[in-house]
Every structure is written in structure tokens, then in C-alpha cells.
Design a binder for this molecule. Structure first.
Ligand SMILES: [Zn+2]
Length: 745
């Protein structure tokens, strides 16, 4: 067990190299956490077999490594919880360590408590922070994949790796269990809000007056809520302060600012319990990088307003939006197209929504529907389109009770039943959206475009963080900057234009707009089937180093990337086995998957009882049996334990798994030692043809540790299974690896 662990540790760096070979991605640098983990495990092995004379020195070295490692993990957990999960010592390994070091080693933990979801809005992008208040104190939670469904105040149970008072957690669903959900914030009627103005003991300035704050929060922002909610929701309350608190403005602890602010207000006679929303405003504090911060939900909810520029509708309205449970309004930008090619989600990309980068724009229809301000009770309706017809959209901001948005079904996940929708709305320069008529400068594209068309957003109903404004005027040039608009500055579908999603069977055409309404014609057709190559991933990659004769099991994950208009497809899994004495097979050689669905099976590989070399690569080929031109390949790398302890690690792969005559076989070898690439190693590439004849050539590894050999296949070369092998040498180190491929006519 101990030995196996060292090997896993050593080889995960190899995995990064291997992936880099296949995908030409940037390599992950060797991690300090990993090398400290390897050193720790190796020292522990030595300590357990050491004589009395050696023990004291080894124990003290072990303690030093444990301390350094704990510091490294603590620093890593916030930004890279996945890395902490990856290097975490399993309980079985931890238990072999001397009990004196246990307190400094991470451990698997299950905790129950009340969650606090805090969001900070930084100029360049936001940051979510999660805390769990338990019987034994507060823990900060760090998710490898951030959950979007948590509201402040929910009681949850979590499982993860504990480092001090932090917890690293894997994906959300697997690690979080909701015991008692928080009550959904009441989004109607008066919202009792307390604004506390505080400054810092080292700089007790008052950058604006109490009545300035009153005007921003209970004047402008309250009116914004009233208009957004069609007259149903507004803010009432008080501004207290200025109070000087016993904190310096050169540090930032938002929790402490809240505590001190409330204590000061309380001491001044303010009854805190009368307010469901609490807002702490202070002079510019550069140590708090955010402009504003807020709890997502919460009773009471809390918000932080940093500096005089943030005492504004743009920040106060945005943070109160978080307090009511909203997340950001994003946009989707795709290589100058609408939804094709490589797409990026811009965090604050929706320039029409105060939950995006708009300083005062209305919440979009998806956000308002979540708040109950559309399509609920006495709120204006949203029309769900179920038939081809012409539809009317009222100006979004006007107070009438006509439909304010259309919902068009994009897809239903055949596995989970969760639906994706297009939301369509029509903005005019009315009320808080009046700025649309006056936009100039860098955003001048936006105004005229918006007023003459409709906006389309793509939303997944099961994910509250999925509001994405689409760019329906892709590739346009911003007349101000002269460059192609990459930021959805002109997202609208303007009069006369159509947006079509054949995969969803939806076509949308804007027939006309005037200052009060847009006329939109919708054509629904049977969705077409848009096929795409599946995705395949093999893990672990490479496999653990094992003695010859061992069976290694790999998890092969397959994703069906077909469009929603396609039926489920069977996918066949194959490998190519041309090495004699080896066996390899899939637990399930055929996997049937719905579009968008993923599943996995086990691929087992066994080497002969006696075999040379250090690693062997087996292709994993996944083919859509409905249409064999849709394929994906990956590899399972089998590592022989004879390389354990050898400092030289070699992997090899070919650029394809099969070739025809006249093609060139490109073989890439990578050499590493202790996780670092080895340059200037001489590599001999050997290609053994299916008839046993051999060709070879040599190359030298570059600074990334890689070398490439190229073999041109001639017409007279035999078809069948070929072997490629790389022997790398840099005195005194050496290592080798092999792989296979086929040649067809
Ligand atoms: Zn935010």
C-alpha cells in the first residue's frame, strides 16, 4: 500500500505530460505539494525500517516535511482544491505515519452545519466564498466544482478533505447533502434594510454624507426595485453612522467589519432585529479588492459597499440582487458567431442587467422569474411558446400586464429531464433603462441595436448560474474602437433578422418593433439530428506502476455530444492488441447513451508474466455505431513496476492509431525525472512492422523533455499491427516505453 502510493504520486505528473502529448496543451508544472507528499511517504517507509541509530534524525526530517507540506496544502486549498484532493493521503496511509504527526496531516471529514455563501464582486471578475458554521467552529469550504444551488442559511452535510479549518471538496452533488434548505427570501413588499456607515480607526474619514447614502439606497435603489418588480417590491429602512470601528483600513476582514458595524449601531440604540437586509458601507479599502460583496440569500442578508464610488445603484442594486438569491447574468461569446465554435461565458457579460455589467439595467426575464416578478401571482406573464405563430412582446420596462418575455424550449435532457430554454425580451429606453437611448463612446453599438430588436438568452432551468445573453449580431465592428465586438455590446436580433436553432427546431424572426412592442414570429419544426464526435477519457492515466502479470483496471468515460434532436446511440469500445501475451478488454464493449449523457465502463489490461520495458500504451477507440464516422480515441498507459524507483520516466505515443500507405507515423516520446522534463536525452525510436522487419532513427529531447520520430510508410509496407518503441538515455539514466498502431491499405 505504501509503495503503491509513492508510485501514484510519481506518475500523476507523468499523466500531465501524457495528456500534453495527445492534446498539445500546456503542461502543468510539477507541484510542490506532490513532491512533498512523495518525500513524506518515502521518509515514512525508511523510518519504519530504520534502526534505532537512524530513527531520531529521520523523525525530525519527517516532522519538517510534514510542517512544510501542511503549509503548502493550506495555501493551495483556496485556489486549487482539486490539487489538495489529488495529493491527499488516504486514511490507510495516514494510519502508518507516527501518531505524533497526525494533527498536521489532512484527513477525510464529514461535517454538518449552516452554510454561508458569500460573493465578492471584484473589478475583473467575482469570487464566491463558502463557509460552514458547525458546533466545532467555522470552516471554509473550497469546491473543485462550485455548487450554484446553495442559499445562505441552509443546513448541509459535506464530505471532503480537511486541512486545518478548511475543507477541499470534489464536485457539488457528490459531496453536499442538504439537511434543511434555507427559506427562500421574501421578494415582495417592503424590504427592511439597515445601512451602517463605518470608517477605520487609522483613517476615520466620511467620504459622503448620511443623506447621500439615504438617497442612493432608499431613493434610487428602492425605485429601481419598485420598477423592476412592476410595483411590488421596494426598500424601507434607515442609515446609521458614521461609526469609527477598531479596525484598520489597510486590512480586510468582511466578517469583522460586519460584527463591529453592528455592535456600533446596537450601542447607538439601533434595533438590528428590525431589518432583514444589512449593508455595511465604508471608505475605500484597497485591501478589500471587491467593489461590493454580499451573501447569496440569508436572513438577515449582508452586503458590503467599498468606497464612495460603490455607494451607487450599480453596486447596491447588484448586491441586493445577490441577497435575494440571484447570481450573475453572463453572456456567451463564440469566435464571432452566435453559438458555434469555441464559446466563452463572460462572468458579467450581460450589459443589459445590473447582475451583469450594466450600471442600472433591469434584471433579465430569467432573473425576474426567479424573484416572482414575472410569471407568478399578479406579476406580468411570460409566454411559453408551444406552436408556430406570431407573438407580441410588450416593452419590458412598462408597467402594463402584457407578456414581457417568450420562453422557447431548446432541449430536454433525456437523462435528467432538465430543460434548457431561450428567453426572449424587448427593451426600450424607459425608466431605469433610459440609458439605452443615451449610450455613446465604447458602447455606442449597444443603444441603437437594443432599441431595434429583441434579446435572446440561453438558460438551463436546473442551474441558477446559467443566464447567458447571446450575441445575435456576431462579428460586428465597434465603430468606436474599430475592433470586432467581443463583448456582446450589440446582442439584439434586429428587425427583419432571424435566429435559427435547427437542433431545437426553433426559428425566431423579428417582424417589427415600435416604442411599446415587438412583433416576433416563431416557427417550430421537428428538431434535426446534429451529430458530433463523442468524447472519451481514460483514468488513471497513466496507470499505477505494477509488477508484470498484473491486471490494471482503467475507467473509460464516454460522452455522447450529439445534438438534442438525435435519438440515443450505441457506442462501441475497441482497443488494438498486437503485443503477444497481453490481454485487454472492456467490461461493457457497447454503451448506449442519450445525447448529452455520459457514462463509464472498465477497461482491464494484463501484461505477460515476464515483459521488458517501462510503459505500454493501448488505444481506446469509441465509435458511434449509428454513424461510424463519429469517433474519439484516447489511450490507457500500462506502467510496469520495474520502473518504480527508477528516476527516468518515459512515455510514448503516436499521432494516430491507424495509418494508410504514404502517411507518416509521428511518434512522440517524453522523458521526465522526478516530475521534471529531461532535455538532451538521446532517444532511439524503433518501429517494428507487422512482418517483423524493423526501422529505427534517433532524436534528442528538447526543453519540454520531448522528442519526435517520423516514419514514412511506403506502398510496399505490410498492413497489420505495428509496434513503436522509444529508448531514451542520458547517462546514467535510461528508460523506455512502447505503443502500438495499425497500418491499413
Ligand atoms: Zn456579484
Amino acid at each position: 500500500m505504501r509503495l503503491r502510493f509513492i508510485v501514484i504520486g510519481l506518475l500523476t505528473v507523468g499523466m500531465a505530460f501524457f495528456v500534453a502529448v495527445g492534446l498539445a496543451l500546456a503542461q502543468r508544472p510539477p507541484s510542490t505539494a506532490q513532491s512533498l507528499t512523495e518525500t513524506l511517504v518515502a521518509l515514512n517507509v525508511r523510518l519504519r525500517t530504520a534502526g534505532p541509530a537512524e530513527r531520531a534524525a529521520l523523525s525530525s526530517r519527517l516532522l519538517g516535511v510534514v510542517a512544510a507540506r501542511q503549509k503548502t496544502l493550506a495555501a493551495l486549498v483556496e485556489g486549487h482544491p482539486d490539487e489538495v484532493l489529488r495529493v491527499a493521503l488516504p486514511a490507510a496511509v495516514r494510519s502508518t505515519l507516527p501518531s505524533t504527526v497526525w494533527p498536521y496531516i489532512e484527513q477525510e471529514a464529514a461535517l454538518e452545519g449552516v452554510v454561508l455563501v458569500l460573493h465578492e464582486d471584484w473589478p475583473g471578475g467575482g469570487r464566491y466564498r463558502h463557509f460552514l458554521d458547525t458546533k466545532s467552529g467555522r470552516y471554509s469550504l473550497h469546491f473543485a466544482s462550485r455548487p450554484t444551488h446553495l442559499l445562505t442559511g441552509s443546513r448541509i452535510r459535506v464530505k471532503g478533505i480537511q486541512v486545518g479549518t478548511t475543507l477541499a471538496l470534489a464536485a457539488d452533488g457528490a459531496t453536499i447533502q442538504t439537511v434543511a434548505p434555507a427559506a427562500v427570501p421574501n421578494t415582495f413588499g417592503e424590504q427592511r434594510t439597515l445601512v451602517i456607515l463605518v470608517n477605520f480607526q487609522d483613517n476615520p474619514i466620511q467620504p459622503y454624507t448620511l443623506s447621500d447614502a439615504q438617497g442612493v439606497v432608499f431613493g434610487t435603489t428602492s425605485n429601481f426595485f419598485l420598477e423592476n418588480s412592476y410595483g411590488q417590491t421596494w426598500l424601507t429602512g434607515d442609515v446609521a453612522g458614521w461609526y469609527t470601528i477598531r479596525l484598520d483600513g489597510t486590512t480586510c476582514d468582511s466578517g469583522a467589519i460586519a460584527t463591529y458595524a453592528e455592535a456600533a449601531a446596537s450601542a447607538a440604540g439601533v434595533d438590528l432585529s428590525a431589518y432583514v437586509h444589512r449593508m455595511y458601507a465604508f471608505p475605500s479599502n484597497a485591501a478589500c479588492g471587491f467593489a461590493g460583496a454580499a451573501t447569496v440569500g440569508g436572513n438577515p442578508s449582508r452586503a458590503w459597499i467599498n468606497g464612495p464610488d460603490s455607494m451607487s445603484l450599480g453596486t447596491a442594486g447588484h448586491e441586493l440582487g445577490h441577497n435575494l438569491g440571484l447570481l450573475h447574468s453572463h453572456s456567451l461569446v463564440c469566435d464571432g458567431t452566435t453559438m458555434v465554435g469555441t464559446c466563452t461565458t463572460l462572468e458579467y457579460g450581460d450589459g443589459l442587467d445590473v447582475m451583469g455589467w450594466s450600471p442600472s439595467g433591469h434584471f433579465n426575464a430569467f432573473q425576474k422569474e426567479r424573484l416572482g416578478w414575472l410569471n407568478y401571482g399578479g406579476s406580468p406573464p411570460i409566454t411559453t411558446v408551444t406552436a408556430s405563430a406570431t407573438y407580441q412582446l410588450a416593452a419590458y420596462e412598462s408597467t402594463d400586464n402584457n407578456p414581457k418575455a417568450l420562453k422557447l424550449l431548446k432541449r430536454t435532457d433525456p437523462t435528467t429531464g432538465a430543460r434548457d430554454w431561450y428567453y426572449v425580451e424587448f427593451r426600450q429606453a424607459i425608466g431605469f433603462d433610459s440609458y439605452l437611448a443615451a449610450i455613446s463612446g465604447p458602447y455606442q453599438l449597444l443603444g441603437s441595436n437594443i432599441l431595434n430588436g429583441v434579446e435572446v438568452r440561453w438558460v438551463s432551468e436546473s442551474n441558477v448560474d446559467s443566464s447567458r445573453l447571446l450575441d445575435l449580431t456576431p462579428g460586428s465592428v465597434d465603430p468606436y474602437s474599430g475592433i470586432v465586438d467581443l463583448y456582446t455590446n450589440d446582442p439584439a436580433l434586429t428587425v427583419g433578422k432571424s435566429f435559427s436553432d435547427p437542433d431545437a427546431g426553433v426559428t425566431l424572426t423579428v417582424a417589427s418593433v415600435d416604442s411599446s412592442k415587438a412583433i416576433v414570429s416563431v416557427t417550430l419544426t421537428t428538431p434535426t439530428c446534429a451529430r458530433a464526435n463523442p468524447t472519451v477519457a481514460v483514468s488513471p492515466s497513466p496507470g499505477p506502476a505494477v509488477p508484470a502479470g498484473t491486471t490494471v483496471s482503467y475507467t473509460v468515460s464516454v460522452t455522447n455530444n450529439d445534438g438534442a434532436g438525435c435519438a440515443a446511440s450505441p457506442f462501441s469500445l475497441q482497443t488494438m492488441l498486437v503485443l503477444s501475451g497481453w490481454t485487454a478488454g472492456f467490461a461493457a464493449p457497447t454503451l448506449t447513451l442519450n445525447p448529452g449523457a455520459a457514462t463509464s465502463t472498465v477497461f482491464s489490461v494484463t501484461s505477460p508474466a515476464s515483459v521488458a520495458g517501462t510503459s505500454y500504451s493501448f488505444p481506446v477507440i469509441v465509435t458511434n455505431s449509428t454513424n461510424a464516422s463519429y469517433q474519439a480515441t484516447s489511450s490507457a498507459v500500462y506502467v510496469l513496476g520495474s520502473s518504480v524507483g527508477s528516476a527516468f520516466n518515459v512515455s510514448v505515443s503516436t499521432d494516430k492509431v491507424s495509418y494508410s500507405a504514404n502517411q507518416t507515423v509521428s511518434v512522440t516520446a517524453r522523458a521526465s525525472s522526478g516530475g521534471s522534463p529531461v532535455s538532451n536525452a538521446s532517444v532511439t525510436f524503433t518501429m517494428t512492422k507487422s512482418d517483423g522487419s524493423v526501422a529505427s532513427q534517433t532524436a534528442t529531447t528538447d526543453s519540454t523533455g520531448s522528442a519526435v520520430g517520423k516514419f514514412r510508410l511506403r506502398k510496399q509496407d505490410p498492413v497489420g499491427g505495428y509496434k513503436a518503441r522509444a529508448d531514451a538515455k542520458k547517462t546514467p539514466l535510461s528508460g523506455s516505453a512502447g505503443t502500438t498502431f495499425t497500418v491499413v491499405k
